[in-house]
Design a protein. Structure first.
Length: 123
């Protein structure tokens, strides 16, 4: 959970300068990140265990993004954990925040690539 707090802190800090409602882009970004991680993990399990299961990634992705956005909103905004995280300045990674964007692009690529492999292994 600490990694999500770190991501939230650094993205919120940047989003606060540009947006009137800075939590919306941050929560969306995190929902997409978690969705990509879940899809990559699920596809990896399908590949490793050689299950023949085909699914529509756009349906699963849409459902997960909406659901995870709601969960993130509840956790960070409604429960107030977001404002508590923003008081913790030791989570600031400064100029190294590019690592967050690089990891996001990498996870998005892996989710697409593993889905491609699942589709190719199951004719």
């Amino acid at each position: 959970m600490r990694i999500y707090h770190l991501i939230y802190y650094n993205l919120f800090r940047v989003s606060r300068k540009r947006n009137a409602s800075p939590e919306i882009p941050v929560l969306s970004y995190m929902a997409f990140l978690i969705t990509s991680l879940l899809i990559t993990g699920f596809n990896s399990v399908l590949l490793l265990l050689r299950f023949k299961l085909l699914y529509k990634i756009h349906y699963v992705g849409t459902f997960l993004v909406i659901g995870l956005f709601g969960l993130n909103y509840y956790y960070f905004v409604v429960k107030g954990n977001g404002s508590e995280i923003m008081r913790t300045e030791k989570l600031d990674i400064g100029k190294k925040s590019i690592i967050i964007d690089i990891s996001f692009v990498g996870i998005m690529f892996l989710s697409g690539f593993t889905y491609y492999l699942v589709r190719e292994m199951n004719p």
